[in-house]
Design a protein around this ligand. Structure first.
Ligand SMILES: Cc1ncc(COP(=O)(O)O)c(C=O)c1O
Length: 412
């Protein structure tokens, strides 16, 4: 099967990027390496923790003309189907620990106490709340169930029924909000203030910065696993990472910069055209709001407001910002499910393939390929951030069920 044609809709170089420089202090101020290490230590103690696979896709790399391609497959993460399992649930653990510690003046409450549900009544009185387009809410609901508190999840009207039911399966109460994702963020924020609930959001905004730092710190378990899994002699030259609010891309950028310093890979952010808030921010040199009129098929990336924390990292660390339409989504999901060219078959959801689409699109555009410094020696890393998180939509787009996609086990 020929590789699908992918056209890059817009491309913006970030002239403010600090290429070839060590990680600046302002990045470690935004996301401290110690905070990330604490998150990794705690999450890796949760029962059923297992690193997800990193697959070399040698066939695809050869076909598009690069040296090597690695795909981190988050479809199996904690049975929730996306990397988001790492962020929201860990932030719930943190939020509970801080709230209970403040309540119990004579006792020190630890993250371990929350993990082992040592204060069930106090935890049960607390309510965590978030807006979501699916995956983050699932993580927060799962964390709330795991650590024994109440949970309210706000979903805008376009979030599918399957995604709603997945959240309800963890005992959370769902509130539907008219409008788009950003409307649901504002409504959740207001209702939390009115009711004394704790917001556990994956996006950060003025006055709300601490919990999203823990969410991002949780994501670095995925990046640290990846760096540990890469073959010893391989430092990626390029990373293509999809952007919603930019929390994920910011965490990826920071963690790779911490480890590789001046050899930090060339980081490229990829977004859907109708929700390209990071791309617009890069063009303007400061955070921009995008009013989402049409929802992208890549639901997890359909976000019009940048995370301030994510942006503060990306404005220094991301070298390029690209946008793509929905056209390559289904063909690339099928490509991954088929496991063509000797590569493993992988369950990749709609938002999972955006980084890969950006890479393929760039390789099919000689001028852009040159701008990004991509060639036959490039060693590229992409993150398959979700599996079939909406099973009916997955079937509609690929023509098969996720359970029929059998991945051979050559990942590490
Ligand atoms: C599967 C998937 N990939 C990527 C992202 C983007 O993450 P962020 O919003 O932190 O940029 C999301 C966000 O929900 C997602 O669900």
């Amino acid at each position: 099967m020929p590789l699908p044609a992918v056209s890059i809709s817009q491309a913006q170089q970030n002239h403010a990027a600090l290429a070839g420089q060590p990680c600046p202090d302002h990045v470690t101020d935004v996301l401290a390496p110690e905070r990330c290490a604490l998150a990794r230590k705690n999450i890796s103690r949760w029962s059923s923790y297992q690193p997800t696979a990193l697959y070399p896709l040698g066939g695809l790399a050869g076909e598009i003309g690069i040296g090597s391609l690695f795909y981190k497959d988050e479809s199996t993460r904690f049975g929730l189907g996306s990397f988001k399992a790492l962020g929201g649930a860990y932030a719930v653990q943190q939020a509970l620990q801080q709230a209970l510690d403040a309540q119990l003046a004579d006792t020190t409450v630890t993250l371990d106490d929350i993990h082992h549900k040592r204060y069930p009544e106090l935890a049960g009185d607390m309510t965590v709340v978030t807006a979501t387009d699916g995956n983050h809410g699932r993580s927060v609901a799962w964390g709330a169930q795991r650590f024994g508190c109440q949970c309210m999840i706000y979903m805008h009207e376009h979030v599918s029924l399957a995604r709603r039911e997945a959240v309800e399966a963890y005992g959370a109460q769902v509130v539907r909000v008219a409008g788009n994702y950003d409307d649901s963020v504002r409504q959740a924020d207001q209702d939390a203030k009115d009711n004394g609930w704790q917001i556990v959001s994956d996006t950060s905004y003025p006055g709300y910065m601490e919990i999203p730092r823990d969410v991002m710190a949780g994501y670095t378990l995925m990046t640290t696993e990846t760096m540990d899994q890469l073959p010893g002699d391989i430092v990626p030259t390029h990373i293509f990472i999809q952007g919603g609010c930019g929390g994920l891309a910011g965490a990826v950028c920071a963690d790779f910069w911490f480890r590789y310093g001046v050899d930090m890979p060339h980081l490229i952010v990829v977004e859907p055209v109708p929700a390209a808030c990071l791309y617009e921010s890069a063009r303007a040199g400061e955070p921009q709001l995008v009013n989402i009129v049409n929802e992208s098929l890549m639901a997890g990336l359909s976000c019009g407001e940048v995370s301030l924390l994510g942006w503060q990292i990306l404005k220094a660390g991301a070298r390029h910002f690209l946008t793509i339409s929905d056209a390559p989504v289904a063909p690339l999901m099928q490509e991954m499910a088929n496991g063509a060219r000797g590569d493993p078959a992988i369950v990749a959801g709609e938002s999972a393939i955006a980084g890969l689409a950006g890479l393929i699109g760039a390789m099919q555009d000689p001028a852009l390929c040159k701008d990004l410094g991509l060639n036959e020696r490039s060693q590229v890393l992409v993150f398959g951030t979700e599996g079939a998180t909406d099973p009916a939509l997955y079937r509609e787009l690929t023509g098969t069920d996720a359970k029929n996609v059998t991945t051979s086990s050559n990942g590490s």
